[in-house]
Ligand binder design. Structure first.
Ligand SMILES: Cc1cc2nc3c(=O)[nH]c(=O)nc-3n(C[C@H](O)[C@H](O)[C@H](O)COP(=O)(O)O)c2cc1C
Length: 405
């Protein structure tokens, strides 16, 4: 319920993607938002008001002159207590009107009448690729960005008209993620954050390997929280079943050596490195290129192991390292082991958790340990914990900058 208590105006304009506005309304309500749908006249050609009314639980407005509003000013009444207006889909025509401050129907008038300091405006363009790439549309988008409007997407791909290219509306889940992010403080704006997540998989032969039960949930939650905070995020991920958080660049790897290589390639430009992946300590020294066959009546052959690189320690040892944060999954003596790891790896912060309770769980208790403090982050969903960790990192980055000035 990331949008509990939020009042959202969902504006729908005339494009094929209007059918996805129904799904969007539903997803917004699932997150606890109160949704007020407002349609343009063209939008009504694509989707029925009855569907949106049923999905939002409120009458739909589309008329500037609607007599249902007691003082007759729907554009003021509907915009005054809104926390955000999301226009999805936003037609080329609507973007043009917005960029020029035109207000000749209810939706465009209420957008212009919104209180800018309390009501964010997000638009999700959807149109044919030629319409999107047209100089006029691009000019309008630049103007909207300058005016502080958040332009979500559009995505590339196949279009309803049969053509291919930029102009597809983002999926409803992606728009919801962007809206949730819009309410988070931008404490990492402009920072580059590199994160590892998930288990590693060390091949023994083409079908078998050494791995562990890390789900990747904590690392993915951190990637999402850092992105929400305005950072440019790269996630180097071992094999998990999770989708990359919206807006995060993911590099997929299998073994620790591959993860190490990818991390070192990115570390020079990172401001922050967060090592969340459960990296296997050992790998098969000589993985077989063909499937190892069971020999009836014989003992299994021994499996010689080699030690994997210590990714966190090697990043911390770079000449100009990013701010480094490690995770310690421990079965016992959490703080003592975390403090030892902090010193051994030469990092800024260690986040310790009780491994048996944390692996695969959706909520977790954490202990944040740095050179001078030990702080418990009480049991909470991993995304909430990730936002707390991001806040702690942002604070240390600011202190770091002040001390170098
Ligand atoms: C079948 C059909 C599909 C359309 N699809 C889109 C579209 O996806 N994006 C867009 O910007 N305009 C599209 N248009 C054009 C708009 O509906 C038209 O520019 C209209 O004036 C937009 O009005 P509005 O911005 O007030 O909703 C489409 C028109 C038709 C007839």
């Amino acid at each position: 319920m990331e949008l509990a208590g939020r009042k959202i105006v969902l504006g729908i304009t005339g494009g094929i993607a209007a059918y996805k506005a129904c799904e969007l309304a539903r997803r917004l309500r699932e997150q606890g938002a109160e949704v007020q749908a407002v349609m343009t006249a063209s939008a009504r050609q694509f989707v029925g008001a009855a569907s949106l009314q049923a999905l939002t639980g409120r009458p739909v407005f589309d008329d500037l002159w609607d007599a249902r509003v007691p003082d007759g000013m729907a554009h003021i009444a509907l915009s005054r207590d809104a926390d955000a207006i999301v226009v999805a889909p936003a037609s080329a025509n609507f973007l043009a009107k917005l960029a020029h401050g035109l207000c000749d129907d209810l939706l465009s008038t209420l957008v212009l009448a919104r209180r800018r300091e309390q009501c964010q405006l997000l638009v999700a363009p959807a149109m044919n690729v030629e319409m999107w790439e047209q100089a006029a549309t691009q000019r309008n988008v630049v103007q909207l960005l300058l005016d502080g409007v958040q332009v979500l997407g559009p995505a590339q791909g196949d279009q309803a008209c049969g053509e291919t290219g930029a102009g597809r509306m983002l999926e409803p889940d992606e728009i919801v993620a962007d809206l949730i992010a819009a309410f988070q403080p931008k404490i990492l704006r402009g920072r580059r954050v590199l994160i590892t997540a998930g288990p590693t998989f060390e091949a023994i032969d083409p079908v078998r390997g050494i791995t562990n039960r890390s789900s990747g949930k904590m690392g993915y939650a951190l990637a999402r929280a850092a992105h929400e905070a305005g950072a440019v995020v790269t996630l180097v991920s071992g094999p998990t079943g999770l989708a990359a958080p919206h807006g995060v660049a993911r590099i997929d790897v299998d073994g620790a050596a591959q993860m190490h290589e990818q991390v070192l390639a990115q570390a020079d430009t990172a401001d922050v490195f967060i090592a969340v992946a459960a990296v296997a300590d050992w790998r098969a020294a000589e993985p077989s290129t063909t499937k190892i066959k069971k020999q009836p009546g014989t003992q299994p052959a021994p499996l010689p192991l080699a030690t994997n690189p210590d990714i966190l320690a090697s990043v911390a040892a770079l000449p100009a390292p990013p701010l480094c944060v490690g995770f310690a999954a421990e079965s016992e003596r959490l703080v003592e082991n975390a403090r030892a790891k902090l010193a051994a790896k030469g990092v800024t912060m260690i986040i310790a958790n009780q491994v048996e309770a944390a692996l695969g769980a959706d909520a977790v208790e954490l202990v944040l340990v740095d050179a001078s403090t030990t702080r418990t982050l009480p049991m909470a969903p991993k995304l909430k914990q990730a936002r707390r960790i991001v806040a702690a990192i942002a604070q240390r980055l600011d202190t770091r900058m002040e001390s170098t000035q």
